[in-house]
Design a binder for this molecule. Structure first.
Ligand code: PLP
Length: 485
């Protein structure tokens, strides 16, 4: 048998296309200024390749679109809800499902029913909306991820793992009575999309059982995590991702889910639980904040699309191509000598802004500045995951200074081609070559919570040689400057 390498090529072909806008450098300068140097405030039409997020940006299949026509829009008891509930039972194994409009809706309900003021919620690194809801409910988040996760160059294959020692120390410090649950995230977003291993999850279960602490899985990217377990954890190579996902869920008491990630839909999420009493409490809350417990803020057609998305997203062939594309981009950047977080994660490639722009101090928002530079260079939109995202410490009011100062190039599922990934890689390399040009930013407007979404910035001084660059204005994505080889 030939040992020749086989590609990760997509297990689908393209049926519908959406044209992209090509812009000039001058247009992009205007656009980013109007957006107050925050890529969240750009208009989508101003963007060429949109790597802001993989959330709700996936392409649906013909099977999902067909399901949209079968929407049962009854206020109560929609058949699409029962399809969804059945598929969650079948693939995740949780008996009780409460649909929500998206992941944070589920996080909100969970915080309401499980957290009392003064509680502590350990987790494998924070996620923005997750921590915000814990804090709104009067809880305090504690990071119990392994130290390796905070080092962007450490090659540990499961950097999402929980440090059992840190977890035990927290139990000792505050008492198990004040820890309602541990939030275990699959493919830890803020760490670079880093997976947790099944053996680590088993150890966490043991510790939690001995203290009567529940485990809630943030299952947003649990299917992608299952792929990493299959490829990297001994004993799982010949198992399906579906079987591995089930194992992960079996070790937990419930999950919050943003269907906008793994599940290939544009909107939707759910809270799923094993405990009937907790489920009843969640049903009481969902009618206040989302809608009746059989739709929870979603249209019937959207529940159908998400239910069908579960069936497609768990396929090994899908996950191979999805993660294969992310790794294709990451490996290209490594070949270019660009500093990125390694190992490459499941949903995004993270540029290490501290090493990319060492001349900008962290309080001048280097990762935010890099998103601006990349957009100016090529019309590629990325997202800051550093000091802006980390927000302020509620106790001291100071910025939190995370070790990781990153720019996330997030790959939507089934949307862009290999040629798009080539353009992205070339754009990042061009920014890297001329990185001295990029300067810092100052924040001119700061919302109180989740500030990264809506904050305003201004460049500090005139970014060096900005004028030169203007004279070089080239069309992003046009044939100008493109090599046909
Ligand atoms: C996106 C995300 C959420 C929140 O989900 P939304 O659907 O955006 O509300 C929660 N946890 C993780 C890890 C996420 O990536």
């Amino acid at each position: 048998m030939s040992t020749r390498r086989r590609s990760w090529a997509e297990p689908f072909k393209i049926k519908v296309v959406e044209p992209l806008a090509l812009t000039t450098r001058a247009q992009r300068e205007k656009a980013i200024e109007n957006a107050h140097y925050n890529t969240f405030l750009l208009r989508s039409e101003e963007v060429y390749i949109d790597l802001l997020t993989d959330s709700g940006t996936s392409a649906m299949s013909d099977y999902q679109w067909a399901g949209m026509m079968l929407g049962d829009e009854a206020y109560a008891g929609s058949k699409n809800f029962y399809n969804l509930e059945n598929n969650i039972r079948k693939y995740y194994g949780y008996p009780y499902t409460v649909p929500t409009h998206q992941g944070r809706g589920a996080e909100h309900l969970l915080a309401k029913i499980m957290i009392r003021p003064g509680d502590f919620i350990p987790g494998n690194m924070y996620f923005t909306t997750t921590r915000a809801h814990q804090e709104l409910a009067g809880g305090t988040f504690r990071d119990v991820i392994i130290d390796e996760a905070h080092d962007p160059a450490n090659l540990h294959p499961f950097k999402g793992n929980i440090d059992i020692g840190k977890l035990e120390a927290l139990v000792k410090e505050v008492g198990a009575d004040h820890i309602p649950y541990i939030n275990v995230q699959a493919c830890v977003n803020m760490a670079g999309g880093q997976p947790i291993s099944l053996s680590n999850l088993k150890e966490v279960r043991k510790v939690c059982d001995s203290h009567g602490i529940k485990i809630i899985l943030d299952a947003t990217r649990a299917m992608e995590n299952a792929w990493f377990i299959k490829m990297g954890e001994p004993g799982h190579k010949d198992r399906s991702c579906a079987a591995i996902l089930k194992d992960m869920c079996d070790l937990t008491d419930g999950c919050t889910m943003s269907g906008k990630k793994d599940l290939l839909v544009n909107i939707g999420g759910f809270l799923a639980l094993r405990d009937k009493h907790l489920y009843e409490l969640a049903c009481q809350q969902v009618v206040l904040y989302e809608g009746l417990h059989t739709y929870g803020g979603m249209a019937g057609r959207d529940m159908e699309a998400m239910s069908r998305g579960i069936e497609e997203a768990i396929q090994d062939d899908h996950l191979r191509a999805r993660i294969g594309q992310v790794h294709y981009l990451g490996n290209k950047l490594i070949q270019e000598g660009i500093p990125i977080v390694q190992p490459i994660g499941g949903h995004a490639v993270y540029l290490d802004a501290k090493r990319f722009l060492p001349h900008i101090q962290q309080s001048d928002f280097p990762a935010q500045a890099l998103t601006v530079a990349l957009f100016l260079e090529s019309g590629v939109r990325a997202m800051e995951r550093g000091i802006v995202s980390a927000g302020r410490d509620p106790a001291t009011g100071d910025h939190r200074y995370p070790n990781l100062e990153l720019v996330r190039l997030t790959i939507p599922r089934r949307v862009y081609t290999q040629a798009h990934m080539d353009v992205v890689s070339e754009s990042v390399a061009a920014c890297y070559e001329e990185r001295e040009w990029v300067g810092g930013l100052k924040m001119t407007y700061e919302p109180e919570t989740l500030r990264f979404f809506q904050a305003h910035f201004e460049p500090i001084g005139t970014w060096a040689s900005a004028k030169n660059r203007q004279e070089n204005a080239a069309l992003a994505g046009s044939s100008e400057g493109m090599q046909l080889d």
